[in-house]
Write a protein that binds this ligand. Structure first.
Ligand code: HEC
Ligand code: HEC
Length: 356
C-alpha cells in the first residue's frame, strides 16, 4: 500500500511541477504590488547547508503562512473532524507525538511508526523513516489519506474547505488565482512548515561564536560524539540523510522493512533514515517505532544491545567484528549533556507556530 502511495505521489508531483510553479511565483510577485500579502523573511542559519527545498518556487507570504497554519491545526483534514496535523505533531516536543510510541489517528487507530520531529524540513532530501516521499509539498497527502492517520480523501477535504467562508477568504488572500485546490492547499501547508527552522540552541550559539561556551561535560560529550556517532549523525543537521541499520532487534509485531518498502531492494531491508538529533531531549520515545523511552536507553542499545541483522551497518556499528559502539557510563553522561545543548527553546516556544 505504501508503495502505491509513493507512485501516486510521483505522478502527482510531476503533474504539479509542469503546471507551472514558476507562474505562481510570478503571481505572488504581482499580488505583492496590489495588496498586503508580504513575503516573510526566512532566515537561513549560517552554519547550515543550502536548503534542498526550492524556496523561490513557493516563497512564504504572511497570508500563505497563516493559511498553512490554520490547515495544520484543523481537524477538518480528517474524516472524523478531530485529527489535525498538530494532533500528532506537537510543538512543545519539536512537533512529535509526545508519549506515543507509535502515532494514533482517527478513532484511536494505531499506526506502526513514531512521529518524527518537524524542524529544518527545507534542508531534507527525503521524508519519513523510509524516505517514501521526496518532496515536502507532497507529504500531507500521506497522513490525510492513510486509514490509520486522517483517513480522508483529498476531494472531500477540498469540498469541506470550499464550503467554509473563512477558507475562501484565506485562499483568496494567499494565492493570486484564488482557488481552493490541491496544489494551493499543499503549498500553503509547506509555507507554514518551511518556516520551522530550529537553529538557535546552545550548540548553535557556540559554533557560531555568539558568546556561548560548552561546559566541561558538554565538551567531553562532543568529543565522544564526534568520534563515535557523527559518522551518521553528521553536520549541523545531525544527520547525513542516509539509510542505515543501527542494529535494533527486529520487532516481530511490525517487522518493518524500512527503506526496502520504497526501493524493493534486499540491500535496504531494515535500514531507516538517520534521524536528526536536534531537540532530541524532548522528542522521546525514540527510534522509528518509539521503542526507547530515554536517551540512556538509546546509549545502552548502542553500547550493549546491538544485534546482527540483515544489512547491519558495517562501518560504524561493528569494529573488528565487535558488535555495537562501546561506551563507558561516564561517556554516556557526557554524550547526554552534549545532546541537551541541541534543545532550542526559542523554537519550541515560538508563538508563530503555536496553535493558540
Ligand atoms: C496520526 C498521526 C499523524 C498525523 C495526523 C500527521 N502526521 Fe506527519 N507523520 C506522522 C508519522 C508517524 C510520520 C512518519 C511516517 C513514516 O515514517 O512512515 C510522519 C511524518 C511527517 C513528515 C516527515 C518528517 C521527516 O522527518 O521526514 C512531515 C513533514 C509530516 N509528517 C507533516 C505532517 C503534516 C503537514 C500533517 C497534516 C497534513 C501530518 N504530518 C499529519 C504522524 C502523523
Ligand atoms: C551507523 C549509523 C549510526 C551511528 C554510528 C549512530 N546512529 Fe544513532 N541512529 C541511526 C539510525 C539509522 C537511527 C534510526 C534507527 C531506527 O529507528 O530504526 C538512529 C537513531 C538514533 C536516536 C533516536 C532518534 C529519534 O528521533 O528517535 C538517537 C538519540 C541516536 N541515534 C543517537 C546516537 C548516538 C548518541 C550515537 C553514538 C553513540 C549514534 N546514534 C550512532 C544511525 C546511527
Amino acid at each position: 500500500m505504501k508503495y502505491s502511495v509513493f507512485i501516486l505521489l510521483i505522478i502527482f508531483l510531476s503533474a504539479c511541477q509542469n503546471e507551472g510553479l514558476d507562474e505562481s511565483y510570478q503571481n505572488l510577485n504581482d499580488e505583492n504590488s496590489d495588496n498586503e500579502n508580504i513575503f516573510l523573511d526566512l532566515e537561513l542559519p549560517s552554519n547550515f547547508p543550502e536548503p534542498t527545498y526550492e524556496i523561490e518556487n513557493n516563497r512564504p507570504t504572511q497570508a500563505g503562512f497563516e493559511l498553512g497554519k490554520k490547515l495544520f491545526y484543523d481537524g477538518k483534514l480528517s474524516s472524523t473532524g478531530v485529527i489535525s496535523c498538530g494532533f500528532c505533531h506537537i510543538q512543545d516536543f519539536a512537533f512529535t507525538h509526545h508519549t506515543h510510541v507509535v502515532s494514533h489517528g482517527v478513532n484511536g487507530a494505531l499506526g506502526t511508526r513514531n512521529a518524527p520531529s518537524l524542524q529544518n524540513m527545507i534542508f531534507m532530501e527525503d521524508f519519513n523513516w523510509d524516505g517514501s516521499v521526496s518532496h515536502l509539498d507532497a507529504q500531507p497527502i500521506v497522513p490525510i489519506t492513510t486509514e490509520f492517520e486522517m483517513n480522508e480523501s483529498i476531494t472531500n477535504v477540498l469540498t469541506k474547505l470550499q464550503n467554509d467562508e473563512e477558507y475562501v477568504q484565506l485562499f483568496n488572500a494567499a494565492f493570486e488565482n484564488d482557488t481552493i485546490d490541491t496544489q494551493n492547499m499543499l503549498r500553503a501547508i509547506s509555507q507554514f512548515v518551511m518556516m520551522m527552522v530550529s537553529a538557535d540552541s546552545k550548540y548553535d550559539k557556540v559554533v557560531r561564536n555568539e558568546g556561548s561556551h560548552f561546559n566541561e561535560m558538554e565538551e567531553a560529550g562532543k568529543a565522544v560524539f564526534d568520534q563515535k556517532c557523527a559518522g551518521c549523525h553528521s553536520g549541523s543537521l545531525f544527520t547525513d540523510q542516509s539509510y542505515r541499520n543501527n542494529g535494533l532487534p527486529i520487532d516481530p509485531q511490525y517487522d518493518d522493512e524500512g527503506r526496502m518498502r520504497v526501493t524493493g531492494e534486499e540491500a535496504d531491508k531494515y535500514k531507516f533514515k538517520v534521524p536528526s538529533l536536534r531537540n532530541i531531549a524532548v522528542t522521546f520515545p525514540y527510534m522509528h517505532d518509539g521503542r526507547y523511552q530515554t536517551l540512556r536507553d538509546v546509549l545502552d542499545h548502542y553500547d550493549s544491545g546491538v544485534v546482527q541483522t540483515q544489512n547491519l551497518d558495517s562501518v560504524f556499528i561493528q569494529e573488528n567484528g565487535q558488535l555495537g559502539i562501546p561506551l563507558t557510563e561516564i561517556e554516556k553522561d557526557e554524550i547526554i549533556a552534549y545532546l541537551n545543548t541541541l534543545t532550542d527553546d526559542n523554537f519550541l516556544l515560538d508563538d508563530r507556530f503555536s496553535e493558540f
